[in-house]
Design a protein around this ligand. Structure first.
Ligand code: HEC
Length: 137
């Protein structure tokens, strides 16, 4: 980022604002990683509903709730079941969260708050959340 600034400055002086605008337009999409938007939304939902018990970025404050960083990333069914219906001291979220929000929370948990790639889905009967992004004929 620092290099870009020092690179852009002398060029700005020479070529002016139009070039600068073009450079931004070209750079912006390539700077954003695929999935970043989803992670941002997922983080928002997590922070709103889950953070106060499970900790910021799932780093558990040690108050007795489950450490979400240890949740098995291959057990989406268990995640949905526990979160929708509640477990132990955790309330049920099924009536509060939309399916999209639940999906985002699973994305958040399975990527360890964006630190790991999203795991491949094992082929199962539950295809309702798959293939929203990749569409091949
Ligand atoms: C009121 C505090 C609280 C909030 C808010 C909360 N949880 Fe929990 N959560 C817990 C506790 C306590 C447990 C441990 C339950 C047990 O095993 O007895 C738990 C366990 C879990 C588990 C593990 C369930 C299993 O199968 O073992 C998952 C997954 C989970 N929470 C996800 C979430 C998500 C996602 C949210 C946000 C929608 C959330 N939690 C919000 C307290 C909370």
């Amino acid at each position: 980022m620092v290099q870009w600034k020092s690179f852009l400055k002398p060029n700005l002086a020479r070529f002016g604002a139009p070039i600068f605008a073009c450079t931004l337009a070209i750079l912006a999409p390539s700077l954003a990683h695929a999935g970043d938007d989803k992670l941002t939304s997922a983080t928002g939902v997590y922070n709103q509903f889950c953070q106060h018990c499970h900790g910021p970025a799932m780093v558990n404050p040690g108050t007795g709730s489950y450490d979400l960083r240890k949740f098995p990333v291959d057990d989406k069914a268990r995640f949905f079941n526990s979160v929708q219906h509640g477990k132990g001291d955790m309330p049920a979220w099924g009536d509060i969260l939309t399916p999209d929000e639940l999906d985002l929370l699973w994305y958040y948990t399975a990527t360890r708050a964006g630190k790991q790639p999203f795991p491949e889905e094992p082929a199962s009967g539950d295809a309702d959340t798959a293939d929203t992004e990749k569409k091949s004929p």
